[in-house]
Design a protein around this ligand. Structure first.
Ligand code: ADP
Ligand code: MG
Length: 425
């Protein structure tokens, strides 16, 4: 292989050095692997290594960390900064995340509808935005509101999980987790990717059969329930995923997607009422009733997530499990969806199990937080306790790695991170 006419041997040596430099373990073996054999964070490091092979004067990074969880995100950003310091290259970083801006940028350029609306020193723009669009962006950034005090919720839990476990062969993805969700409560699950969050959601719904433990929903065990009974109860527990395009059949209209629920569970609503209820539900999630005849591809990502929520609501659930349901949306849309979920909670007394790697969103939305690491719950507490007085070192590391849109807060986190050496890859 030659690059730029570099002799093969030299190219080989440079490639090895670059892989080592971007923090790929065992570079010699890595050279023989294919992209799918690496984690998301490692693939991002590979992309950076490829870009650096050309010794660029300017590196353009387009949303380089959007899909990564907080600790990996902080590592990739730290890598970009180190490389920049070494090579003196300029970095043009494109992001929708103000936390990333606060972490890494010297200057910021704000764009809206193809135009630059504002530019300036990053900290100054955050402190003192001039353009209405910039003000709106900063206003929508999550993680700034007051956190609720812990409420004493008497009564019976809606869901009581005891020692729930799941193994895939010899690998234990879920090692006996126990927690409760009260009616009307939002319980968030945080933890880096691979910690078992989605496995927990799938095991609860028996999308993947649990290996052991109990999940008592209103006192009845979902784990051992016979299929017929499970079918009846399952409609009270709905799930909303990160990528709505995967859960919305592209060949079905919005009307069909929502009304399908009642075809499967006719006891909920007789057919003559379907049209009117679809219109109600669309209004409820902030869409207009005439959108019922459209197809999923005719909507934006945020609108598709609203459709997925309307579809979940059609079954009149008591509990909605959101697995990274707002992670792919940008801040202002994220804020709108969270406001929608919050409104629905108030109106219907819904409970949420809210899985997210985005800590500011969790801080705004959750009553209680469960912190997972390697298939176990390492800490659980009221949202205020978790964010203001985390007890477990892993929780502290997660919080320090998380980004805050406020450059001053972010500078403090950075200092904490460096002091505790939390992010050594
Ligand atoms: P999270 O949602 O927290 O990112 P997951 O629950 O998806 O994590 O995964 C937890 C662990 O279980 C990971 O190590 C993952 O590779 C593993 N895992 C998940 N699903 C399977 C499966 N179907 N077969 C084997 N291993 C799996
Ligand atoms: Mg997951």
């Amino acid at each position: 292989m030659t690059t730029h006419g570099t002799p093969a041997n030299e190219a080989q040596q440079r490639a090895l050095a670059l892989l080592a430099r971007v923090g790929i373990p065992q570079p010699a073996e890595a050279m023989l692997k294919y992209p799918h054999q690496f984690s998301g964070g490692q693939r991002q490091r590979l992309m950076i290594a490829m870009a650096l092979a050309f010794k660029p004067d300017i590196l353009i990074a387009d949303e380089p960390t959007t899909a990564l969880d907080v600790t990996v995100q902080a590592q990739v950003l730290a890598l970009l900064e180190e490389l920049q310091a070494e090579t003196g290259m300029g970095l043009l970083l494109i992001t929708h995340d103000l936390g990333v801006v606060a972490e890494i940028a010297d200057r910021v350029v704000v764009m809206n509808s193809g135009r630059i609306v504002e530019t300036g020193d990053a900290a100054e723009v955050y402190r003192n935005p001039q353009h209405p669009y910039t003000k709106k962006l900063i206003g929508a950034a999550p993680g700034k509101g007051a956190m609720p005090a812990e409420r004493d919720r008497g009564g019976e839990p809606l869901l009581k999980v005891e020692g729930l476990s799941k193994h895939y062969g010899a690998f234990q993805a879920l090692k006996g987790v126990s927690f409760r969700i009260m009616p009307g409560e939002t319980v968030a699950v945080v933890g880096e990717s691979g910690s078992g969050k989605s496995t927990l959601a799938r095991a609860l719904l028996r999308l993947d059969e649990p290996s052991g433990g109990q999940a008592l929903y209103k006192g009845r065990d979902l784990v051992t329930m016979v299929p017929k009974e499970l079918f009846g109860l399952r409609r009270q527990i709905q799930m909303v995923f990160q990528d709505p395009t995967q859960s919305l059949n592209p060949r079905m209209s919005v009307y069909q997607l929502i009304a399908e629920a009642w075809a499967i569970h006719p006891e909920i609503l007789p057919r003559p009422k379907w049209r009117e209820r679809v219109a109600d539900l669309l209004t409820k999630v902030g869409l207009s009733p005439d959108m019922a005849q459209r197809y999923p591809h005719q909507f934006s990502g945020g609108q598709r997530q609203r459709i997925a929520i309307a579809r979940a609501l059609a079954l009149e659930p008591r509990l909605i499990i959101c697995d990274e349901a707002v992670s792919a949306l940008d801040v202002s849309i994220q804020a709108q969806i969270i406001a929608l979920l919050e409104g629905l909670r108030r109106e219907f007394g819904l409970s949420y199990l809210f899985i997210a790697h985005d800590l500011p969103v969790v801080r705004d939305f959750a009553d209680r937080v469960i912190v997972m690491k390697q298939g176990e719950i390492v800490e659980e507490g009221a949202v205020r306790q978790i964010f203001e007085a985390p007890r477990h070192p892993y929780t502290r590391a997660l919080l320090a790695a998380g980004l805050d849109p406020d450059p001053e807060v972010q500078a403090r986190r950075r200092a904490a991170r460096t002091a505790e050496g939390l992010l050594t890859a």
